[in-house]
Design a protein around this ligand. Structure first.
Ligand code: TYC
Length: 122
């Protein structure tokens, strides 16, 4: 993927004789942009944490419901978290990641499970 990163103004205040020199009509050094390189929106990982009490079936249900995983993917991620302590549910722009964390935490709380979910900058 390519993106134009060069000057957006043909005159960046350089030593161009066509400026007309001191007091001339040339537009010297006028800022026409606020950022040299437009940044992609940051991405955030949604992480699931292991605990000793949340049932495996509940974690699988959460992964299917909020992260659109099928039974096989959800089981694999749940077992990874169970064995390693933490796992990635998905990577999203900040607002979507935050919404998912809140949905998972609300759903876990409503069902009286201590399941924890958090965000981490990718
Ligand atoms: N460790 C839990 C159990 O043995 C299962 C579990 C898996 C809990 C993943 C949380 O994020 C989790 N019942």
């Amino acid at each position: 993927m390519t993106r134009a990163t060069g000057p957006v103004c043909s005159d960046e205040g350089g030593d161009d004789p066509s400026d007309g020199g001191k007091g001339g009509a040339g537009q010297v050094g006028i800022a026409t942009r606020t950022r040299a390189k437009p940044k992609k929106p940051s991405q955030f990982k949604v992480l699931m944490l292991n605990d000793d009490y949340t049932p495996m079936e509940f974690v699988v249900m959460v992964l299917k419901r909020y992260f659109r995983m099928d039974m096989e993917q959800a089981t694999r991620v749940m077992l990874h978290v169970h064995q390693r302590g933490v796992g990635v549910c998905g990577v999203f722009p900040y607002e979507i990641a935050e919404t998912k964390v809140n949905q998972v935490m609300d759903f876990a709380r409503a069902n009286q499970h201590p399941l924890q979910c958090t965000l981490e900058k990718d």
